[in-house]
Write a protein that binds this ligand. Structure first.
Ligand SMILES: [Zn+2]
Ligand SMILES: [Zn+2]
Length: 145
């Protein structure tokens, strides 16, 4: 499936050919820290099918427990995480951060990794109080309900 995407500020733009049946949720502690969130949603590109259209990502090399090194690519201007990939010659499959993909509403996760470190409250999400938008936050930390 052909997709395109961008970081929040627009400095980084890319196109990719992805495997739409390979959208996964990763609950590992590295993904929690690197995303600043409870989990991360990732899709694999076909090998070598990630093409930068603009911008130069900054990269951070993360060493996994297995010893494998993966480059984490993010926008140097706004910090949006864009991809991770093994260090290599560019022919590798790239793990794209699904939240940066324009067509993300069509991409549904099919599997979950590292559930042993998942946040326990995730099972309560379907029953949690929901709002269509967020409350208005005040500078003193309070908000209008
Ligand atoms: Zn950016
Ligand atoms: Zn992970």
């Amino acid at each position: 499936m052909q997709v395109d995407g961008r970081c929040h500020c627009g400095h980084i733009r890319y196109e990719a050919e992805i495997e739409p049946d390979r959208v996964i949720i990763c609950h590992c502690t590295d993904c929690q820290t690197l995303s600043g969130s409870a989990f991360r949603v990732v899709v694999q590109t076909r090998p070598g099918q990630f093409r930068l259209q603009s911008g130069t990502p900054k990269t951070y090399s993360k060493v996994a427990d297995s010893g494998a090194v993966r480059e984490q690519g993010f926008c140097p201007e706004c910090g949006t995480p864009i991809f991770s990939r093994p260090v290599g010659d560019g022919s590798e499959a790239v793990g794209l951060r699904v939240g940066t993909i324009t067509q993300r509403n069509e991409l549904v996760p099919r599997d979950q990794y590292w559930c042993r470190s998942s946040q326990t409250w995730l099972v309560e999400l379907p029953d949690m109080h929901r709002r269509e938008k967020q409350p208005v936050f005040r500078a003193d930390g309070g908000f209008e309900t």
